[in-house]
Design a protein around this ligand. Structure first.
Ligand SMILES: [Zn+2]
Length: 405
């Protein structure tokens, strides 16, 4: 499996100038090629191939623009490869070949956002505390952990807070862990980040909420500065730095939690949440963006793969919060502020989130479910067995599937 390893690098002032020049050239090549593709597309032509684009926007362009020759050429080629791939992903998604999240067509790159350039093959060298890049030199790097294997490429990144990183994609071996014989269902929520089917509740740090006042203050200050001025850049950097700090706190929490869960459980079951739909709800959007559900799912899935665990997602139309996890009785829809309820059928008192988490796990791993066809009834009935009811007696509840919900 593939993993991304990211390290902070510390270019000196001369190297920063050279890196910015490189980022600018990559952006120039990308944007020009993209606009050319747009033009062809609107006049009914097909998108040119990667080779054609290279000829026109690197080889030909270098004859006319001297500054394009001052930077290494592999990152320029990689930039066009990325454009080609971005188009391919988009077309595959439109044609139904690619599943999952909606893919948007490639966009123009802006000077203001995150910048990147990729070196491949023998083009760069990794040394003890430096990375050598052609036409830039040796940049100081802090190897926060060892590289798992030799990477075939390195991407140099500048984020919006002006920090520089080297990112490697390497082949890693899965570290299969021994079976723990434990499985878990997880209900993700707003007040409690995650509720586990064993009853554990995990609260998340709320970095955005905690820094909202500070962020608003910085943003006000930023909006009052004159665009492009020194003070404007200073204020912009302050806003960006706070944003990246908020992001770092969130990511750190999600990494630790997903690793812990993947190490402890053989099977992890999550509910598919319509996050993008929820974020459109403006009341909820700030709270939800602060939580990082989507990122949690991605990280958990990746770590399950790494440790040889099973990762399952159940679809979001399952009535996980309506059903009693003891007897299977459907109590109907509950408002979001109902945190605790009593089952009208068996009398069990439920914590809303724990009950949902148990149901989420139950869908993938049913405890005891025997389906029988009763002779008298025309419709199949489902027999659910459960351990104990409120009054302490063992019972069997017969229930038809056609009951009103
Ligand atoms: Zn019940």
């Amino acid at each position: 499996m593939k993993a991304r390893y990211k390290y902070r690098i510390y270019p000196n002032n001369i190297q920063i100038v050279k890196l910015n020049q490189l980022f600018g050239c990559c952006r120039y090549v990308w944007n020009n090629a993209l606009s050319h593709c747009h033009q062809l597309y609107s006049s009914g032509h097909k998108k040119p191939s990667y080779v054609d684009l290279t000829k026109q926007f690197i080889t030909q362009a270098k004859r006319e623009l001297i500054w394009l020759k001052e930077v290494a050429s592999t990152p320029l080629q990689q930039s066009l490869k990325d454009l080609d791939q971005a188009y391919k992903n988009f077309f595959d998604r439109c044609g139904g070949k690619r599943k999952g999240i909606k893919v948007k067509p490639p966009k123009f790159k802006s000077r203001k956002s995150r910048q990147s350039a990729r070196f491949v093959g023998a083009n760069y060298k990794v040394e003890q505390d430096k990375i050598y890049l052609p036409k830039i030199g040796k940049i100081k790097v802090v190897w926060s952990r060892a590289l798992a294997s030799k990477s075939s490429s390195v991407t140099i990144i500048r984020d919006s807070a002006n920090r520089y990183f080297a990112s490697f994609v390497v082949q890693t071996n899965a570290e299969y862990l021994p079976k723990s014989n434990n499985s878990v269902g997880i209900d993700l929520g707003i007040s409690t980040f995650a509720t586990l089917s064993n009853g554990a509740k995990i609260l998340s740090p709320k970095p955005l909420k905690n820094n909202l006042k500070k962020l608003a203050k910085l943003q006000r200050k930023f909006s009052r500065t004159e665009k492009g001025s020194n003070r404007w850049e200073k204020a912009r950097l302050k806003v960006s730095k706070l944003h990246t700090r908020i992001k770092d706190i969130r990511t750190d929490f999600l990494h630790k939690l997903s690793t812990k869960l993947a190490k402890e459980y053989d099977t992890i079951v999550l509910e598919d949440l319509n996050v993008s739909g929820m974020v459109k709800n403006r009341k909820l959007s700030k709270a939800i963006s602060d939580l990082g559900w989507r990122q949690f799912r991605t990280l958990t899935e990746a770590k399950c793969k790494k440790y040889g665990r099973e990762f399952r997602v159940i679809d979001r139309w399952q009535p996980t919060s309506q059903k009693c996890s003891h007897c299977g009785f459907r109590g109907g829809k509950k408002e979001l502020d109902v945190r605790e309820w009593t089952c009208l059928n068996c009398g069990a008192v439920h914590d809303r989130d724990i009950n949902a988490a148990v149901n989420i796990l139950e869908i993938v791993q049913p405890k005891t479910k025997v389906e029988i066809i009763e002779e008298v009834a025309e419709i199949p009935v489902q027999l659910s067995l459960f351990e104990e009811v409120a009054d302490g007696q063992r019972s069997i509840i017969l229930k038809t599937d056609t009951e009103p919900t």
